[in-house]
Design a binder for this molecule. Structure first.
Ligand code: F3S
Length: 399
């Protein structure tokens, strides 16, 4: 692999032991993927934050690394296992929270921003078209590649963190323009009316394409919230890191003009496929005892929608809307937080229904409007899920 003088110096330890170790691992990774060089990056997003998923081994890794090196560019964390400010009120244990705080402090000590969110692009970590980054949360990878047109591979948490320390990542996969073209076409013969159907589309297609790059033709152009939902679903049932939507996403035209485009395998998605997937994503006919929205973390317009739906209502079961601290703060300024709390709901920050230990709380059935959450909650939390629209879910738990 060709390294610049600066990269070679880092590799050889001129900039300290920590950077040398990071370079060694990243160069080995690059060799596995036949990367010809490293590429400078402008931001990083690091998964592997919840104590539930990384445990003591993850905590030790962060603390050890922190003794040797700091990140050198804008780096944000994925959701943690608890809402750091309101863990007690939500029912999380002190033992778990203490471990979680140690992990976050460890990251913070090496310069990582301690805001924990899977939608960093909603709160300022927003790269530009063609910028190279190293992100690891799968839904965020899908969004930043597809909707923004920045370039990242689907990094693991450690490789994104190492890249943040040396400011470089191996140049292969999605970093190379020619690799970003679609390799399968989906003609969607269905008029979407809500986010649950868009999520079902993503879930259905993800199962078929695995890590290919689907190209969608959809009658009604999806907005940003729907694209966020679509990408998260694609990345959870498959390993999609980049998709295109005709007339919507920034690299769809480049893909369509590619020589081989007309020869790509084409699948038509019809109403039956969407309806079957909607059914498949619900595991029980019971009413949820917790409705948990915000997977990926909610945008301010999604919180506004919830506030409008619960205004002047009384919730009979728990409602959490997961988001970043920053979006929660904007919700407060806009008055949405007050409306939601008055109805009996909560805006929960820094965590989510999948990476929090909700299985330790007294819930049996979780209502979600995210296909990704519907996919993971039964496996990771061993709880039943009801998958539906935000409106239907709120109607189930309000009077
Ligand atoms: Fe984000 Fe958690 Fe969903 S990390 S994408 S809210 S599973």
């Amino acid at each position: 692999m060709q390294l610049t003088k600066y990269e070679e110096d880092m590799y050889n330890g001129e900039y300290g032991e920590g950077k040398a170790e990071c370079m060694e691992i990243l160069v080995s990774l690059g060799k596995i993927y036949d990367a010809e060089k490293m590429i400078p990056i402008t931001s990083a997003q690091v998964s592997g934050v919840s104590y539930k998923t990384i445990g003591d081994a993850g905590l030790d890794f962060v603390v050890d690394l922190g003794k040797k090196a700091d990140v050198t560019l804008e780096t944000m964390l994925n959701p943690a296992g608890v809402d750091i400010e309101n863990w007690q009120e939500l029912g999380f244990s002190k033992e778990f929270t203490d471990k979680q705080i140690d992990i976050i402090n460890g990251y913070e000590s090496i310069g990582v921003m301690s805001t924990c969110t899977c939608t960093p692009y909603l709160i300022g970590n927003t790269p530009m078209l063609n910028e190279h980054v190293a992100w690891s949360e799968s839904s965020a990878v899908c969004y930043v590649n597809s909707v923004i047109g920045a370039r990242t591979n689907r990094e693991g948490g450690p490789s994104a963190l190492l890249a943040a320390i040396v400011g470089r990542t191996p140049y292969y996969g999605n970093h190379i323009l020619e690799n970003r073209v679609a390799d399968m076409i989906f003609n969607v013969d269905y008029d979407f009316v809500n986010e649950a159907e868009i999520g079902a589309l993503g879930y259905y297609v993800g199962q078929i394409v695995n890590d290919k790059k689907p190209y969608f033709r959809i009658n009604k152009n999806p907005g940003r919230n729907n694209l966020k939902t679509l990408g998260a679903a694609l990345a959870s049932s498959g390993a999609v890191s980049l998709y295109h939507v005709e007339n919507v996403t920034p690299e769809a035209d480049y893909s369509r003009c590619h020589d081989s485009f007309e020869e790509l395998e084409t699948v038509t998605v019809d109403k039956n496929m969407i309806e079957e997937t909607l059914e498949q994503l619900t595991t029980t006919d019971k009413i949820p005892d917790l409705v948990c929205l915000g997977c990926p973390h909610a945008s301010i317009s999604e919180i506004q929608e919830v506030a409008n739906l619960v205004k002047d209502k009384k919730l009979t079961k728990d409602l959490w809307i997961c988001t970043s601290k920053a979006i929660k703060s904007i919700s407060k300024q806009c008055g949405y937080l007050d409306i939601i709390e008055k109805a009996g709901g909560k805006i929960v920050s820094d965590t989510c229904m999948v990476v929090a230990p909700i299985e330790e709380l007294d819930y049996e059935v979780i209502g979600v409007n995210s296909a990704k959450a519907a996919n993971y909650v039964p496996n990771m939390c061993k709880l039943d899920v009801v998958y539906d629209t935000v409106e239907n879910l709120i109607n189930m738990i309000s009077e």
